[in-house]
Design a protein around this ligand. Structure first.
Ligand code: T4K
Length: 354
């Protein structure tokens, strides 16, 4: 089978943003000089401080990727049994907690915000629910009522903020998790961070991230290896410094799409978060349009097809579960590349003979 690189690299597609090569080399030289590669190194700490400034969170705890961030944060919040969770999210949201013994109760999303619907949480929640896990899809804000629902039922909220860096959203969850994966608005190749305003939760996450070690020799709790390396932190720091420029570029592209897609009645350009990293459109004939774009050299992605509840192992647990809004979105949303807006819009016009 061909590696997707052979195929994808020729296409107009979303791609990682790279900082200046020389700046990366300078940081790599520093790492060499210190010969300090991982275990809470100085670049990791610097990245954490800069993430705190950018997000406004009191504490940022860097981790090896967003998935491990969700696992560590869920452990710190004791979300360890049934948890309410959207199905319109990347499968990592459900997998991370299921992997450590949690049981997702999939709940429908609002067709307007694409995010967890607080009314659905009221319906689905029972006395065994240990927490609410909510994704800020495309970096859009959660309904603040979720906080009230969580407080009413005395359960914590874990927010999957993998898409939301740079969106300026206030911290609503007890902990929130960023992804710094290569395809995100700022990235560390692989990486992530847990954000929280609680010093106790931050302290727990730091312990769990490093095998439960307090200091060099004392193991005071359970733990896992979720540490970020210095090399990854170097990339993360430089990428974070380009965040504002990246957002301006994304915004220009989004506005260009607004102009380019105007008047095509079949296409609904959806709202996106303030980092404008995702350009979602909603169309009824999504798969035909995606195939047409591909035939013209443009890779547009289906998000989050088919929906977590229709992925294994969850589908087998509850094969008849129906989440109408989620299913409608999974079947109609297409993410366009966040560059080449003019070109892609004209191909879409062609498709619809608009
Ligand atoms: N929660 C949510 C809501 C998430 O979206 C994610 C991750 C997570 C949690 C978990 O966070 P992490 O554990 O990943 O930190 C990607 C990413 O693999 C995944 O990180 C991401 N979400 C997910 C939504 O997207 P794919 O399979 O859709 O994309 P991928 O990796 O094939 O790349 C997309 C395009 O970018 C392709 O055209 C190829 C191109 N590309 C990709 C890479 C990695 C490049 O040109 N260069 C590259 O190095 O999963």
């Amino acid at each position: 089978m061909k590696h997707f690189l052979e195929f994808d690299s020729k296409l107009v597609r979303n791609q990682p943003n790279l900082p200046e090569r020389e700046l990366f080399h300078e940081l790599v030289d520093q790492i060499w000089d210190r010969n300090w590669l991982t275990n809470d190194g100085p670049l990791v700490r610097q990245l954490e401080r800069e993430l705190e400034v950018v997000t406004g969170a009191a504490h940022a705890v860097a981790v090896a990727n967003g998935t491990l961030g969700l696992m560590v944060a869920a452990k710190a919040l004791s979300i360890d049994g049934d948890f309410i969770c959207p199905s319109f999210t990347f499968v990592a949201t459900a997998h991370a907690l299921y992997w450590q013994g949690g049981d997702p109760i999939f709940c429908d999303v609002s067709p307007r915000s694409f995010n967890l619907d607080p009314d659905g949480v009221h319906v689905e929640r029972d006395r065994f629910t240990t927490g609410i896990v909510a994704t800020q899809v495309f970096g859009t804000p959660l309904d603040p009522e979720l906080r009230e629902v969580a407080d009413e039922y005395h359960v914590p909220i874990l927010v999957d903020s993998a898409h939301a860096l740079g969106c300026g959203l206030p911290i609503l969850g007890d902990a929130e998790v960023l992804s710094l994966h290569a395809t995100k608005v700022a990235h560390a190749c692989e990486g992530g961070a847990i954000l929280t305003n609680s010093p106790d939760i931050a302290e727990k996450c730091r312990l769990f991230r490093q095998f439960g070690f307090q200091g060099q020799a004392n193991v005071v709790s359970e733990g896992i290896n979720a540490k970020l390396s210095e090399l990854h932190a170097a990339m993360g720091l430089l990428s974070l410094r380009d965040l504002e420029a990246q957002i301006s570029h994304n915004r220009e592209e989004y506005l260009e799409y607004m102009r380019g897609l105007q008047g095509i009645s079949q296409v609904n350009l959806c709202l996106t978060g303030r980092n404008y990293h995702y350009v979602p459109i909603m169309v009824d004939d999504r798969d035909d349009l995606a195939a047409y774009l591909l035939s013209k050299g443009v890779l547009a992605r289906r998000y989050f097809y088919p929906g977590c509840h229709r992925c294994e192992p969850y589908r087998s647990f509850n094969p008849h579960l129906s989440l109408p809004h989620t299913e409608s979105l999974c079947d109609r949303i297409l993410i366009l590349p966040n560059h080449s807006a003019g070109n892609v819009s004209s191909i879409i016009k062609e498709f619809y003979h608009a």
